[in-house]
Design a protein around this ligand. Structure first.
Ligand code: F6R
Length: 613
């Protein structure tokens, strides 16, 4: 959702800040703003709409300050407007603040400040922060070098809710203060310059040495130093982490959009995810997990909890866990999970799947699981994200930064990783035939090549996309392992093409949805499980009889002449077929959206990481 970038150094801050904001555009936003220190004051420029509007705004090219903060806002309190966009200044224009998160007690704080003579010019929760800082700064009689830091700390102590903030002040022309609680913030170490950002991709082309802040940590940045303090302003030490992500991974590399680039990256991202845990003829390895045979033998349930595509990755992997481990495995939507008093205890293994690691509902579900004493594992793509700090253990997908709002490469990495995790547990428990397990491992090792072969052959998909791009309703069907694929394909299509679509377990069709099938309607089916093939074919026959136009993704021997379009995928173990069958359907949504002339990377109303519940 909102994005933060900051720079302190010797170069002109504005181009670096604008570049960082552009790298964060994928998160979704509706306005953008920038503050730099210029001479003896703070310059503050904001625009609604795209970062491009801000970069072309009057006066922006005159900014020459070498310290600045910038922000992309996704409206929560107050409509998208210049007044409501960040940075926000206090009444005396001494402090400028950018903020991600939500201040839950902002009405109380606003009242307190209004009673003390402050005026508010926006409807945001954020505007209380610079004014509170000013309030505490002016009340502090001690005039030492920590006065600015102290004012920010004391103001933060009053905030309830979540925040990642960065503050600059005209009184401190070579200093920036940052702090966080429940919202991400990283600091990038440079050479005689330092950076801050809500997300690593914003600053990856400047530095790969990143400090991660813990909740309530506060940091004081200068050109050539960074000092860290805890909640009580005791100095603490932190070590920078070197981030392996390649700076070019946040560029489009000649592709038209990030989404298509990320779809084409999948052979590599799947390979990298596999190779971290699985090598030919060796037991799987998860050194980051300390899960013993004794523990696994004692658990009564495994639970996957996540949202959206990540939840579909859980659905696509559940059967593997049940088959290899014979342990009941459930999947739930994070926003529902905690409101149904879930039956979990210390014998439940809870797996939370989140690409960004910042999804508010998933984090809240994780907190509940911990309260109930369950062991928690995070599956995340972002090093140091909130979920990785909260869970007992973390395993990382190695998908690299995913910029397009619609998740593609993160999904396939999640499904691959979860399948390998199931094998790892089966090896610990000895719960599945070793020879069959070995064959399954070899099939996983072949996946990158198989995905590559799919991507080399996209003509049918492009043709079919053009054929359907003006439609209003599309149905996806699948049974067994093909059902989560139908759900995920349908989600992908609606989020980027804005075509209404529904996904059904093929056997459910005649219990209601078949009433919607009429002449010419498009039905997309996936058939990859030999045991369910005949049944799915019968269900698809039922829609053909009622006039449906069909597109089938399959690796089974079917009578192709019965369908309008057929896309062949390589054979594989049905347990991992969702990794192959989703790829042509990702491409289908991409080409449909392109045919409609839509912005595939930034679909309307959506944000890349959903940090509100
Ligand atoms: C869909 C999509 C979303 C996310 C969901 C969870 O393409 O990207 O449905 O999967 O918002 O996000 P994470 O995985 O970051 O928790």
């Amino acid at each position: 959702m909102c994005g933060i970038v900051g720079y302190i150094g010797t170069k002109k801050a504005t181009p670096i800040l604008i570049d960082g904001l552009l790298k964060l555009e994928y998160r979704g936003y509706d306005s953008a703003g920038i503050s730099t220190l210029e001479g003896t004051g703070i310059s503050n420029i904001k625009e609604t709409g795209r970062v491009k509007n801000l970069s072309e705004s009057a006066g922006i090219s005159d900014l020459s300050g070498t310290i600045g903060i910038a922000h992309t806002r996704w409206a929560t309190h107050g409509k998208p407007s210049r007044e409501n966009s960040h940075p926000h200044l206090d009444n005396s224009k001494t402090f400028a603040v950018v903020h991600n998160g939500i201040i839950e007690n902002y009405s109380e704080l606003r009242k307190f400040l209004t009673d003390n003579g402050y005026t508010f010019y926006s409807q945001t929760d954020t505007e209380v922060i610079p004014n509170l800082i000013h309030y505490y700064y002016s009340k502090d009689e001690k005039d030492d070098s920590e006065k600015f830091l102290r004012a920010v700390r004391t103001a933060c102590n009053d905030l309830k809710g979540s925040y990642a903030i960065s503050v600059i002040s005209k009184l401190y022309p070579d200093e920036m203060i940052v702090s966080r609680k429940d919202s991400p913030l990283v600091i990038g170490l440079g050479n005689n310059e330092n950076y801050i950002a809500s997300d690593i991709p914003a600053i990856l082309s400047y530095t790969k040495d990143i400090y991660l802040l813990d909740d309530y940590d506060i940091a004081e940045l200068h050109n050539n130093s960074i000092s860290f303090f805890d909640k009580n302003l005791n100095k603490i030490e932190k070590a920078a982490k070197n981030i392996e992500w390649d700076a070019s991974s946040v560029e489009k590399d000649g592709f038209d959009d990030y989404m298509i680039k990320e779809i084409y990256e999948q052979p590599r991202t799947i390979r990298e995810t596999i190779s971290s845990h699985l090598k030919k003829d060796e037991p799987c390895e998860f050194p980051e997990l300390n899960i013993t045979k004794e523990y696994l033998s004692g658990i009564n349930k495994i639970f996957f909890v996540a949202c959206g595509t990540a939840m579909h990755a859980g659905l696509a992997s559940r059967n593997t866990f049940e088959k290899l481990l014979s342990i009941p495995t459930e999947v739930d939507i994070a926003s529902e999970f905690r409101y149904r008093n879930p039956l979990i205890d210390e014998k439940t293994l809870m797996v939370f799947i989140s690409q960004s690691g910042e999804t508010a509902d998933t984090l809240a579900a994780l907190a509940l699981a911990k309260q109930k004493g369950a062991k928690t594992v995070a599956v995340s793509n972002v090093i140091g994200s909130s979920i990785t700090r909260e869970a007992d253990y973390t395993v990382y997908t190695h998908a690299g930064p995913e910029i397009a709002v619609a998740s593609t490469k993160a999904y396939t990495s999640q499904v691959v990783l979860l399948n390998i995790l199931a094998i790892h547990f089966a090896e610990i428990l000895g719960s599945y035939d070793a020879t069959k397990l070995n064959t399954f491992k070899n099939e996983i090792l072949e996946l990158p090549e198989k995905v590559k072969s799919l991507l080399d052959n996209t003509d049918t998909i492009k043709k079919f996309a053009t054929d359907i791009h003006n439609e209003h309703d599309i149905f996806f069907l699948g049974r067994g392992f093909d059902y989560p694929v139908a759900l995920e394909a349908s989600l992908k299509l609606k989020e980027i093409s804005y075509i209404h679509s529904d996904a059904y377990a093929a056997g459910e069709l005649k219990h209601g949805p078949i009433a919607l099938i009429e002449d010419g309607i498009t039905v997309i089916g996936t058939i990859t499980d030999p045991n369910l093939k005949d049944k799915t074919i019968s269900n698809i026959q039922e829609v053909i009889t009622r006039g449906a136009k069909t597109f089938i993704v399959t690796n089974q021997d079917i009578k192709k002449e019965n369908y309008n379009f057929v896309f062949d995928i390589p054979e594989t173990n049905p347990l991992v077929s969702p990794i192959l069958s989703i790829v042509p359907l990702q491409l289908l949504s991409y080409y449909v959206a392109k045919d409609k002339g839509l912005d595939v990377d930034k679909p309307r109303n959506l944000a890349k990481s959903v940090t509100v519940e």
